[in-house]
Design a protein around this ligand. Structure first.
Ligand code: SAM
Length: 249
């Protein structure tokens, strides 16, 4: 009898030790509430840029994912308390994690589907890739700064994002072996639309890219490639991104 009790007591203790515990659960609730608040802010913000959304609201699927991805894990520990403000934040190496509204907007404009293969140029913290991952078949993401590429790869593994492939390199040239792509998101400002990226976009695909001078206001541009391979551009709204670096001219 005693053996049986001590066994079940040991089981209860183990379950307690392995579970989240009250402090961790409260911490979890805190982030969940903060994320829900952030989603409401993003929705409100979406209503102000009605023309960029052509009068529609932001895609519900995108909002659902943004409401679930733990953004606090993608920012430096000392900035976690600000992770769910609708703002960009520094992530080291002179770079930033994009404003959540811009992440949601770019994902919405990319109009991604379940079977899609997506290229992201500028992995940064990995947050945009983590938002894309549950919505598509494959995300290929390229980062030019080794320290950021390494940190992001570690997070993708920790969060078991097995459909995210990440590499270190110059994203101006795309990632031919991973493509062709249904959509491309460039998360650093380019002075022009990179021709290699247009080539790696499928007919019928879309590229979302900030275009303009570095350290100034740029235009968020949607490049659509029609079934005949012709590319058309549409300017959506003014944005400010860190510059696309690398060796291209
Ligand atoms: N998408 C990121 C996120 O979710 O955290 C934010 C990206 S941050 C605004 C822009 C990133 O683009 C930086 O990490 C920067 O190092 C990277 N970058 C700049 N030029 C690049 C290039 N030529 N190829 C790949 N990455 C580049």
């Amino acid at each position: 009898m005693q053996g049986k009790w001590s066994k079940s007591l040991a089981f209860v203790f183990l379950a307690w030790a392995c579970g989240p515990g009250p402090a961790a659960a409260a911490e979890g609730d805190k982030w969940t509430a903060a994320r829900a608040n952030m989603v409401r802010t993003i929705e409100r913000h979406g209503r102000y840029v009605g023309s960029a959304l052509q009068g529609r609201s932001l895609d519900e699927r995108v909002l659902k994912v943004v409401g679930a991805v733990p953004r606090h894990l993608f920012v430096p520990r000392g900035l976690r308390h600000r992770a769910y403000a609708d703002r960009p934040l520094p992530i080291g190496f002179g770079q930033t994690i994009s404003q959540p509204f811009i992440v949601a907007l770019m994902t919405h404009l990319a109009a991604v589907g379940r079977g899609d293969v997506i290229l992201e140029v500028g992995t940064g913290s990995g947050y945009q890739a983590a938002v894309l991952a549950p919505l598509v078949r494959q995300v290929c993401t390229i980062e030019i700064i080794p320290g950021l590429a390494k940190n992001a790869a570690r997070l993708f593994k920790r969060l078991a994002l097995s459909n995210v492939k990440a590499k270190l390199g110059d994203g101006y040239y795309g990632w031919e072996a991973c493509g062709p792509f249904d959509a491309i998101l460039v998360t650093a400002a380019a002075t022009h639309v990179p021709p290699p990226l247009v080539r790696q976009l499928k007919a019928g695909g879309r590229m979302i890219i900030p275009v303009g001078a570095p350290f100034a206001t740029q235009q968020l541009v949607v490049v659509s490639k029609d079934e005949n391979g012709r590319a058309r551009t549409r300017q959506m709204l003014p944005v400010v991104f860190v510059p696309l670096t690398g060796g291209h001219k």
